[in-house]
Design a protein around this ligand. Sequence first.
Ligand code: PLP
Length: 454
Amino acid sequence: MRPNSLHAADIAHFVHQQTDLADHHEHGAVLMARGDGVHVFDTEGREYIEAMAGLWCASLGFSEKRLADAAYKQLLALPYYHTFFQKGHEPAVRLAEKLIELAPAGLTHVLFQCSGSEANDAAIKLIWYYNNQRGKPQKKKLIGRIRGYHGNTVATASLSGQPHMQADFDLPLGDRFLHVSNPNYYRFHQPGETELQFSARMAAELEALIEREGAETIAAFFAEPVQGGGGAITPPQGYFQAIQPILKKHDILFVADEVICGFGRTGNMWGCETYGITPDILTCAKQLTAAYQPLSATLISAPIHEALIQGSKKHGSFGHGFTYGGHPVACAVGLETLAIYAERDMVGHVQRVAPAFLNGLAAFRGHPLVGDVRGVGLIAGVELMADKATRTPFDPARKIGILVQQKCHEAGLVVRAIGDRIAFTPPLIITEAEIALMCRRFGQGLDAAWMAMR
Ligand code: PLP
């Protein structure tokens, strides 16, 4: 590495996020310089297909000029205004209106923040506030799922089921965060157990937890329709159908974390639509602006909104807000993003290319490293297995997932290893020809990893 080079400065001064910092300290990072459609180019000029759309977010790829123009126009008109103290601006109002038009039935009002973490953090605060307003101050515990990913704030990392995000951070915080099993059917089903039976077992576990803790202490259940950071795990058949009646019975809110699934990823506008979920709160971010601006939204139902009004009567003000929540430039970009989705029928496009994507990846089931391939729309996980017949995973110390990720990188493909599951969420604009190239490079990466292991 050259002294004073960009890469040397990166090692010297920059702390990367969600990164093996010891490895970074030794080997540095890949720094990206520009993008074009579904491709990105690093500072050395190497080209990659970005099969993760960055962090499951760059839905319109990396060169959508209309979004740059929308940001510029808003920067010239009103580059900043807040939404505190009964002030606001048109982009936030119009985007809230649009989101409620698109949202699942029953959601009536929108709060804006900058990130998915803050959207879920706000949901947690609102749930606690709501239960205090309705005279249920004991009803405060939150249920997440093992391997669930809801963010990095103190509360959302506590709610997430990701051990590395809690270890040595002194999380989870307090005793309000509970977790149920990960619904990865392929990994965790018992011999002979069908998907429906597995889902019934997951639901029974949830109900047993509620009864053990006391329903009067449990406020909400948080779930991603498709678990992203857990490994792009699609729910088994009947899973949400089994879980929702239990929550209703015990007066427990359902929070759908649509930060990844929202805006077409699963082949419908919402993951809730794909899986028949009726949420009390819905959080979204990422594809809301195609990732061109940081923006997230928390959509709430009328009873929760009513509780906020009651709270203001009591306290004089709704004591919550972020300086940049609902930033006008981000909202303007969000509005333009949603307009592009509608004009280009992005949901229809996902439905049209999903078979090529899912079948293209499913073809790797025969590869000696691959145990299972599952997905929906344009999100999929490829599970690597040491022994397919007995479903025995690799020893995690061998880091086979990372090896495959590295070999794919060398083949010009950005994918993400989550343990030994390889996640795919390409930009929604990907074409069938680009999917074919993506699969070809994945095959090269897998083969190279297989050779390196032998
Ligand atoms: N929720 C889900 C489902 C996510 O995948 C993520 C991030 O990947 C978050 C929340 C947190 O979003 P952010 O990184 O914007 O804070």
